[in-house]
Design a protein around this ligand. Structure first.
Ligand code: PAF
Length: 284
């Protein structure tokens, strides 16, 4: 496994491995790898000849008050997990390599509408940071396939749109959300939860599942009472709900019922920890 600590080393590593007709897969991460990331890497290695994993805690997607400084950094453990899963190149650039002019002074990519809703509304600039770094990674790695998790469904939809709009020659694929046995979606931020909060956290997924079942059973019914009841369940248990909405998957515009392709999206806080999750509504 090649560890490339800057973009020069990445380009040399890629040159050494890439032969004619060799396909390259990219899994962008911010490190602190868990089973969710490893399953995306496995998926990439089934789809392409060479797998590049980037580990970069992207300052551009964190607001000043967010957890950039405390975000878990576990490079040694990440590297041994990556050796076991068969990654070919791990790209671990510094911030100045990715943003030579500083992350506040560089051209940013904004995906309108999809990027302004839900988490984009609560975290202004977040998706500009995500899109900008993903675009830069695409330019550096030139992957044939890039894989993103469905847990961040809004991020996935935004990256797909950016790739389409900018005509980037990358096949953006998605990987299913990995969950703990009790249903909580795996996330690096779960480790911020206290013991009590961790015990409560699976209620987010249970509530989404329950609401999705009701919506799927009567798709033409008004979704509002179901959303109100779901929010109440979470708030009564101690969550502070940022949003719990039914949205059309193509546009992320509000859906009043489940007669079109849509998903329930939720972001809710337990103490200082913000959890996000989603569920697509499937016909029963
Ligand atoms: O999902 C993440 O971990 C990040 O947003 C990503 C895609 C690696 C960009 O920094």
């Amino acid at each position: 496994m090649i560890i490339a600590a800057d973009s020069q080393a990445l380009s040399e590593g890629l040159q050494a491995l890439r032969a004619q007709n060799t396909t390259v897969g990219l899994v962008p991460t911010m490190g602190n790898l868990h089973q969710g990331h490893l399953s995306l890497i496995q998926q990439a290695s089934n789809a392409t000849d060479i797998v590049v994993v980037s580990i970069f805690i992207n300052p551009m997607q964190f607001a000043a008050h967010e957890d950039l400084d405390t975000y878990p950094r576990t490079l040694e453990a990440d590297l041994s997990a990556l050796r076991n899963v068969g990654a070919d190149i791990v790209f671990t650039p510094s911030s100045s390599d990715i943003y030579p002019h500083g992350s506040n002074n560089e051209t940013a990519i904004h995906v309108p509408l999809l990027g302004d809703a839900l988490c984009g509304k609560d975290r202004p600039g977040h998706f500009d940071g995500v899109c900008t770094v993903v675009y830069k990674l695409f330019q550096l790695v030139k992957p044939d396939v890039a894989i993103f998790g469905e847990k961040d469904l809004q991020q996935l939809l935004i990256i797909k749109k950016m790739t389409r709009d900018l005509k980037l020659p990358v096949d953006v694929q998605s990987g299913a959300t990995k969950r703990a046995q009790d249903g909580l979606a795996l996330s690096s931020r779960n480790q911020y939860l206290s013991e009590n909060e961790r015990a409560l956290a699976p209620l987010l997924w249970q509530t989404l599942q329950h609401s999705a079942e009701i919506l799927a059973a009567s798709p033409a019914n008004d979704a509002r009472p179901i959303l109100i009841a779901a929010r109440k369940t979470l708030e009564q248990a101690g969550f502070s709900v940022d949003y719990l909405d039914l949205r059309a998957i193509s546009t992320l515009s509000a859906a009043h019922d489940a007669t079109q392709d849509c998903a329930l999206f939720a972001a809710a806080r337990l103490g200082q920890t913000r959890l996000i999750d989603n569920i697509q509504i499937l016909d029963t």
